[in-house]
Design a protein. Sequence first.
Length: 488
Amino acid sequence: MLKQNLHLKLSQKLSPQQIQLMKLIQLPTQAFEQRLQEEMVENPALEGDVDASLDSYEDSFDNSNDDYDDYDNEHIDTGDLNIDEYLSNDETPDYKYQTNNYSDDDEDKSLPIAAQMSFHQDLINQLNTFILSDEDREIAEFLVGSIEDSGYIRRTIQDIVDDMAFTQGIYTDEKTVERVLTVVQQLEPSGVGARDLQECLLIQLKHKTPTESVNLAIDIIDKQFEAFTKKHYDKLLQKFDVTKEQLKKAIDEIEKLNPKPGGSYDSSSRVIEHVVPDFTIRVVDGELELTLNSRNAPELHVSKDYQEMLQTYKVSSEKSAAQKDAVQFIKQKLDSAKWFIDAIKQRQETLLVTMNAIMHFQYEYFLEGEETKLKPMILKDIADMVGLDISTVSRVANSKYVDTPYGTKLIKEFFSEAMKNTEGEDVSTIEIKKILEQVIAEEDKSKPLPDEDLAVILKERGYPIARRTVAKYREQLDIPVARLRKKI
């Protein structure tokens, strides 16, 4: 049996230009500059570094001129574009118009980054300092190629022997590969070429100058590795018949080692993106002052040459088909340039009004820099203050940085959920994490506090949270469980 039902559905579709505006808002300063350069390359009607008014473009084109009507099918209509209309109808707050200032950014410098040699190439270069037979050198280079970025060889010796035979035509045996591997394991950084953590630590310890502590550390890793990883110190004291002080010195030697020898090299060779703050907040005479990085406020205008070409066509008595096609192209580029300039202005306004609201919401924190002063704040709080959509606030918060007297911060780090303390007040989860971190830092490391005890202490301080919540916050702070925090 067929039934007919009538459903009314209200949907809202954004135009391609509105979507592009949202993407512009999301871009941080450096990415925005790149996008700006791309637009200026693609659109010759868009120019910069010269002050000009868009009014001249409006005056150069008379919409009442019928000569253009037949060629306006692809005209880009930007007259009705107003981001606030589709984001929210709420009233615009007064301070939206009070913070249209930009920083000088005179101190922003582009730091050159030196070219880096790859991890594996450096190992190959080190091999060249060893006197090896042709066969051993081929095996050694194959072993180096088998080393992961972390510095380990995870494959078995038998797999390596088989792979060399099938792919390189190098026929050898496990004993020979084991012998050549000891050569590879002499390369720097120390510990490279190990097959597991235990071997990695042993290699590094054996490269150290022998002392009583180093020798004890070698025995611990070689003979009691499991007891060491589980921090069964009483068992180690009994097994090696040493004092607590002797064991502590040996463990100190182990803790200085690098469990990922290749990782340290990789971090030095990786190109690190230079973070450019999008905003700056300063305390001036006891008041907060917000500025937007001036690189977000380029001086753009539409091309005078294109306007003059349009004006020439307008006064021309004869208009050929080729001229009409040309003027249609010019109109499209001018309209696109005008829209892009308007979109950048809308982006600047959106960034300023959003960050200004965040600054006022977290006023006490920005004045003093104390993280416990951070209030619970969610995206909706700011969206309601500025009359923008939550997704727009999210775009600003997730990708932008602010330079404060207390360091450069990712804006989204200021957002947190609220919890009730014992007095019924809303407190930020950031505040609770900070206090949890302090409690763990002050604990007796010979008897670190389990999560149950941490929950009790937090409750005594006015933060009644469950043990599982303590565990979640501890993991978010990248703090290990009590057993792994134990020290002698």
